[in-house]
Design a protein. Structure first.
Length: 190
């Protein structure tokens, strides 16, 4: 019964025929891997705004778009973003690989494109009105903290990031090779 209540709550409304009398609601985050258990992975209605949520992605890119941002071996990188509007994060994904070497033959253990597991530790720091706090009490490995594009990690209680806050992604490379890392917070702005 709880699943039915959640599915009928905060949702999008569609009609196949365009007839207003034949409208039905559809949840925007119904992932096929959860099938009938989707209701347990979706936030409660009280956690979501009732209108005006526009889909948005916050991308923390360490080396894919800008090679100067590659995380060096056993190094730490910060990527800060200041929010121009209110943002509610619904899920998180991430990926990493060893970047290609230009003009250098890598050792067998450092071939480009190789995925190392666990590759890095991740944490977020949020700054609001001059006060800064971490989302987790310690850095967490990418295997535990992030989902994949096929299976995003859904937040049961979505983090709210008000306009003007700065969210910084912290990545600590665990390997002896450089890493390219990309972490995406998916959600909506309102």
């Amino acid at each position: 019964m709880g699943l039915v209540k959640r599915v009928h709550g905060n949702q999008l409304t569609f009609s196949r025929s365009g007839d207003r009398r034949k409208l039905f609601g559809v949840r925007p985050y119904l992932f096929p891997q959860y099938t009938e258990l989707n209701g347990y992975f979706l936030p409660d209605d009280r956690e979501l705004p009732q209108h005006g949520l526009a889909a948005q992605l916050l991308v923390f890119d360490f080396g894919f778009a800008d090679p100067s941002q590659i995380v060096a071996p056993l190094d730490t990188q910060f990527y800060p973003l200041t929010l121009g509007g209110n943002f509610l994060a619904n899920s998180i994904t991430g990926c990493s690989d060893v970047p290609p070497s230009v003009g250098v033959v890598p050792t067998p253990g450092a071939q480009s494109g190789v995925a190392v597991s666990p590759a890095f530790l991740v944490n977020f720091q949020q700054t609001h009105n001059g006060n800064t706090w971490q989302w987790n009490n310690k850095d967490v490995s990418n295997l535990e903290a992030l989902g994949t594009a096929e299976n995003p990690l859904m937040f049961k209680s979505p983090p709210f990031l008000p306009m003007g806050d700065t969210i910084s992604c912290l990545v600590r490379n665990l390997g002896n090779t450089s890493l390219r890392v990309q972490i995406v917070l998916a959600g909506g702005s309102f």
